[in-house]
Design a protein around this ligand. Structure first.
Ligand code: S3P
Length: 169
């Protein structure tokens, strides 16, 4: 069993992944943290020092390393499905969930967590709404290839376990 959580920055992939892993005993990998450990640099440092293109290559490689594990829940960075053939790769390797949240909700969450996210850094709420709208316009083509699309905000963990036929430990 492999589950890939995808969606825009701030949709809650890492939080849900960690919590589902605790419920099921599956291993949890946060792809951004995996890259940070591998590189010995934070994501903002990688963007600043090496640029986005280099980050996307690292993300591609890390996804394949993590995606080869068995019994794993992987939370991916918001851009991961939208570069190379990453989305097709995830669909081949296992289950994919697009956590789809309203733009205003994403903006409210991102306003408090802009520092760790180079692409959202320094933006006002209105600028964030504009940025999210335009970016989603390009990214939805990839996100919507996910096997399951849901707004997870009010969904209890049991609903996810039932959907994937997982047992709580
Ligand atoms: C990015 C999202 C971030 C991180 C990087 C780029 C994006 O991950 O991978 O800052 O392109 O949307 P989160 O979605 O976990 O914030």
């Amino acid at each position: 069993m492999r589950i890939f959580l995808i969606g825009f920055m701030g949709c809650g992939k890492s939080t849900l992944g960690r919590s589902l892993a605790a419920d099921t005993g599956l291993k949890f990998i946060d792809l951004d943290s995996y890259i940070e450990e591998q590189q010995g640099q934070t994501i903002p440092q990688i963007f600043a020092n090496l640029g986005e293109e280099a980050f996307r290559k690292m993300e591609h490689d890390a996804l394949r390393e993590a995606g080869n594990s068995e019994g794993v829940i992987i939370s991916t960075g918001g851009g991961a499905p939208c570069f190379f053939d990453n989305m097709d790769y995830m669909n081949q390797q296992g289950e994919t969930l697009y956590m789809q949240l309203p733009i205003e909700v994403l903006a409210d969450r991102l306003i408090n967590a802009r520092v760790e996210r180079p692409l959202a850094k320094g933006k006002t709420r209105d600028e964030l709404i504009d940025f999210i709208t335009k970016t989603l316009d390009k990214r939805d083509e990839f996100y919507l290839k996910a096997k399951w699309i849901t707004n997870p905000a009010d969904m209890p963990n049991e609903a996810f376990l039932t959907h994937w036929g997982l047992k709580a430990v």
